[in-house]
Write a protein that binds this ligand. Structure first.
Ligand code: AMP
Length: 540
């Protein structure tokens, strides 16, 4: 066989060098802890990534060594994203919302050698660092002149004397680049190792018009934390294209984000639904207060974006939501809810359910869904089964060979999401497999009920979960948070949703709460709801 094309490796190094070469002056803006804005450029980020690589090397970091970050979204975290993998080491992003015991477990499990930590997160680090003996050095991203703990390094002092050039090693594209742990609500979190290749391929697809269409002219604001699934790959997509990046630092409240979007002329912002619910409420209060005319897409994922929110943004504020589905295990983008050409000109009744679906798979991601016995189900939009995926940025295993039961013998990853798939390939998540409500043997979609409840004008958020029941085994219960100053009764809410569902789907009880318990990445924590209210129907 003749040789075909060059075997050119797909590496993060190329993205870093490219950004600096083609977009050297394009800005990276970060909000500091004290709320002031820090500005740098792709050229400086590259130079500092080189200095970082030298500094880490002197501290003994070599190929395959794990360097952990415990940090908010900012340009120094971006330097870690690009510099650490480019030198052949592996960046492990620690989720700063986890309990110290979990952080200690994860850092030990990954065998982290160095931890780079925000100054403001030193109190959190202090709670678990003694339980992670593998960590040899701690490097602090300072924002003040406060003295450092003994033996801790100052990031800037380490970088200052180093050369702004680094002879990057030739890397195998299948080498590890990053490690992210799942935010599992049951059992220990499991590590997913992203390769250079998976990251680069995912990046290219993220720049396609039918996904997020990230382009050079974009101003990208990742609200999604950099510790969660590589901030959905957006820092890499910005590097590949030379887009401007805007980082919110620790200020993730609706007002701070909205101000930043307006001030920096953001075109694309991405985060979980909770953030956007807050922003929608803020805009509704005073629609003229912010100029968001540059915003072309708000990417929402990580949990279901309620149809009422998607509709509200467009109808009341002319803002487009792009709903996407993904997982830590899919590095992370799997599908995007773009309206296909055939449906484009149809009314809201057709397009809104499409935009609120989990979308259809991106190129190179393949999907199927299977029933309890493992039979592959038809794409009829009706039959519910567990979603399985495969593709070049889907995990082939977990770190240390854990969780083998999530991978099928014929090469698919079991997502744990229960879905329908329609004839066009649109996925609709009806539940997490473990959250499904099974009443008298019939599956009830908690997600469908939540969406319906959240379309009531007084409802801010709703979570439906399984309550134990003597006769039916399980019955749906709804936990509801009302909007400030609004009221609604249980009967009104049930009446509101009743027309859309079979009678046996109606929640047996509505529990009004101040807030719904959440996981560290902002998803409803239904295990907690079940723990607190799961027996409500038993003792009646
Ligand atoms: P994580 O690995 O923490 O990103 O969690 C992945 C899980 O989040 C998926 O398996 C889904 O259950 C959920 N998820 C992500 N995106 C969406 C979405 N757009 N709609 C509904 N659930 C989602």
């Amino acid at each position: 066989m003749h040789a075909t094309m060059m075997n050119f490796p797909l590496t993060i190094t190329h993205l870093l060098e490219r950004a600096a070469r083609y977009s050297p002056r394009r800005e990276i803006v970060s909000r500091r802890h004290d709320r002031s804005l820090h500005r740098t450029t792709w050229s400086e980020v590259r130079d500092r990534s080189c200095r970082l690589a030298h500094a880490l090397e002197k501290l003994g970091v070599g190929r395959g060594d794990r360097v952990a970050s415990l940090a908010w979204n900012h340009s120094r975290h971006l330097e870690l994203y690009l510099g650490v993998p480019s030198m052949g080491a592996v960046l492990h992003t620690l989720n700063l919302r986890l309990h110290p015991t979990e952080l200690a477990y994860i850092a030990r499990h990954a065998g982290d050698k160095v931890i780079v930590v925000d100054e403001t997160l030193l109190p959190l680090l202090a709670k678990f660092i003694d339980h992670v003996p593998c960590v040899e050095q701690v490097i602090v991203l300072r924002e003040t002149d406060a003295p450092l703990p003994d033996r801790y390094y100052d990031y800037e002092a380490l970088l200052a004397p180093e050369a702004p050039h680094y002879d990057w090693p030739a890397l195998d594209e299948n080498a590890a680049a990053m490690i992210c742990y799942t935010s599992g609500t049951t059992g220990n979190p499991k590590g997913v190792v992203y390769s250079h290749r998976s990251t680069v391929l995912h990046t290219l697809v993220e720049c396609m018009a039918d996904t997020f269409g990230v382009a050079e002219r974009d101003v990208v604001l990742p609200v999604v934390p950099m510790f969660h699934a590589a901030a959905w790959g957006l820092p890499f997509a910005a590097a590949a294209t030379g887009a401007k990046l805007v980082f919110p630092g620790p200020h993730l409240d609706a007002l701070s984000i909205t101000e930043l979007m307006a001030a920096e002329r953001v075109t694309l912002a991405a985060g979980v639904p909770t953030i956007w619910l807050g922003i929608l409420a803020l805009l509704d209060q005073d629609p003229k207060r912010f100029d968001l005319s540059t915003v072309r897409a708000m990417v929402i994922g990580g949990a279901a974006a309620p149809a009422a929110m998607i509709h509200g943004f467009r109808a009341r504020h002319g803002l487009d939501v792009v709903h996407a589905w993904g997982m830590t295990e899919t590095n992370p983008l799997g599908s995007v809810a773009k309206v296909k050409h055939a449906f484009e000109d149809q009314g809201d009744e057709v397009t809104l359910p499409i935009r609120a679906s989990q979308g259809y798979a991106s190129v190179f991601v393949e999907t199927r869904h299977v029933d309890d016995r493992g039979n592959v189900l038809p794409w009829d939009g009706v039959q519910m089964g567990e979603l399985e995926v495969r593709g070049p940025w889907v995990a082939s295993s977990y770190l240390a060979g854990e969780g083998t039961d999530r991978f099928t013998a014929d090469g698919w990853f079991k997502t744990g999401d229960v879905v329908t798939i329609d004839a066009e390939g649109y996925l609709r998540i009806t539940d997490r497999a473990k959250d499904v409500v099974k009443s008298g043997g019939e599956w009830i979609s908690s997600v469908a009920l939540e969406n319906a409840l959240m379309s009531h004008p007084a409802v801010l958020e709703a979570a439906v979960f399984a309550g134990r029941h003597e006769k039916w085994d399980e019955r749906p219960l709804a936990a509801v948070v009302l909007k400030p100053g609004r009221s609604a009764t249980r009967e009104e809410l049930i009446e509101h949703i009743a027309p859309s569902f079979a009678k046996f789907w109606m929640p047996d009880e509505v529990i009004f709460l101040e807030q719904i318990p959440r996981t560290s990445t902002g998803k409803f924590l239904k295990t907690k709801l079940r723990e607190l209210y799961g027996d409500l129907l038993l003792n009646r």
